[in-house]
Structures are given as structure tokens and as C-alpha cells.
Design a protein around this ligand. Structure first.
Ligand code: IDP
Ligand code: MG
Length: 134
């Protein structure tokens, strides 16, 4: 077990549905520390950089359109095993399959609108935190 930093984002659907407070409350109640937070309307450059690993996939264009469709809440969280803990609390990528009790499992139904993003490794967290909090 180790202290970790992670990048968590409430996506445009989560902001539109007024789930920002719900998402923050869950991570706070878990015991993670909120370090930095900013609401930002992503431009296509930051969206493409953030989702570079998915370029060329069938859902890529829709993903970029979606993530630039409205403001997001970009956050830096830290704590014991923060990356793994946050991913577990988010649930699997497809909300229809995500377990009840997870954010995606409780609030989502479609894979294209799954409310939150969370870094999947220490390398991703470093890259994403540097990208969103330059
Ligand atoms: P993750 O967000 O759980 O890490 P990734 O596989 O990294 O999932 O995919 C990034 C994002 O791309 C997902 O959160 C979701 O919004 C979108 N996405 C992934 N797979 C699909 C798909 O098959 N159709 C539509 N959107 C997808
Ligand atoms: Mg991912």
C-alpha cells in the first residue's frame, strides 16, 4: 500500500446532471484528500491529449465531441492507494455493467455517458495531472 495521487474528472454529463457534489462527497467520505479542483470547458487539444490512447478507435470522435460538449470538473485527489480506490468506487467503464454502489453503477446507463474519469495507473495519473494542472 502506498500514498498515491490521481486525476479524477466529473465529465460533462455529470456536471449537467448536477452530480458534482455527489461525486466529491463519496471520495471525501471514503477518506481521500481533495488537493486541487477546477471547472473548465475542455478544448479539442486537451481532449485529444487526454484521450490519446483511444485515437483511431470507433468511439473516439464521439468521445472527443462528448468531453468538449460542456464544462468538466477536473480534480487532483490523493491518499492511500488513491488510484485503485477511486477506480473501484467509479465502477467499470460501462455503467450498465457497473455494480450498484459504484458511481457509474448508481447513476449511469450508457457507456458514452459514464459520469466520471479516473486515472488507471501512476503513469496515467502523472501525465493527466500535468496536462490538466499545468
Ligand atoms: P475508463 O474511463 O473506464 O478508463 P476507457 O476504456 O479508458 O475507460 O475509455 C475511456 C472512455 O471512452 C470511457 O470512459 C467511455 O466514456 C468511452 N468509451 C469507452 N469504450 C467505449 C465504447 O465502446 N463506446 C463508447 N464510448 C466508449
Ligand atoms: Mg481509461
Amino acid at each position: 500500500m502506498a500514498h498515491e495521487d490521481t486525476f479524477i474528472m466529473v465529465k460533462p454529463d455529470g456536471v449537467r446532471r448536477r452530480l458534482v457534489g455527489e461525486v466529491i462527497s463519496r471520495f471525501e467520505a471514503k477518506g481521500l484528500d481533495l488537493c486541487r479542483l477546477e471547472m473548465v470547458l475542455p478544448d479539442s487539444a486537451i481532449a485529444a491529449a487526454h484521450y490519446a490512447e483511444h485515437e483511431g478507435k470507433p468511439f473516439y470522435d464521439g468521445l472527443i465531441d462528448f468531453i468538449t460538449s460542456g464544462p468538466v470538473v477536473a480534480m487532483h485527489w490523493s491518499g492511500e492507494s488513491a488510484i485503485t480506490v477511486a477506480r473501484a468506487m467509479m465502477g467499470v467503464t460501462d455503467p450498465a455493467l457497473a455494480r450498484p454502489g459504484t458511481i457509474r453503477g448508481d447513476f449511469g446507463l450508457q457507456v458514452g455517458e459514464n459520469i466520471v474519469h479516473g486515472s488507471d495507473s501512476p503513469e496515467s495519473a502523472d501525465r493527466e495531472l500535468a496536462l490538466w494542472f499545468p
